[in-house]
Design a protein around this ligand. Sequence first.
Ligand code: ADP
Ligand code: MG
Length: 153
Amino acid sequence: ARSLERFLPDEAATTQLGEDLAMAVLPGDVFLLDGDLGAGKSTLARGLIRTLAGDPAHEVPSPTFTLVQSYDTPVAVHHFDLYRLSSSDELEELGFDEAVSSGVALVEWPERAAEAMPDTSLRIAFQHEGDGRRVTITGDGPAFGRIARSLAM
Ligand code: ADP
Ligand code: MG
């Protein structure tokens, strides 16, 4: 797998990364957002979703209890939070496969259903570093190349 790293000094930088990713995503992309509570997963998701919605104030509720929130944006986005997932059957009931085929999937706590995540997923791992965060984006194939080129611009 190939990877790239970025240091995000503050919340605005995490939001900006979400906004940058929004410019490069295509339906079928799956982003696995890895990191502890408070790492910045939801902050990145919010930046990405608001950019696709074309509305910087778009309501982006946490999917903590619903497990998924879907957005009928020009490129559909499905924001999952699997922390409270009880089984892989439940993931199927949530429409995970349909979500992946119809739009972009953002998945918080993907380790709750690791075996169900597509091989083509891109992983975005957050680590605390000083007062900021270091993110490592890992993946393979055309999706990684497309995202990496877009972030380099
Ligand atoms: P998670 O979804 O991973 O639990 P959230 O995005 O809900 O995390 O919360 C992350 C917290 O960290 C928020 O308080 C946010 O302001 C802050 N934060 C996000 N990105 C950064 C960053 N790059 N540096 C410092 N603080 C950040
Ligand atoms: Mg979160």
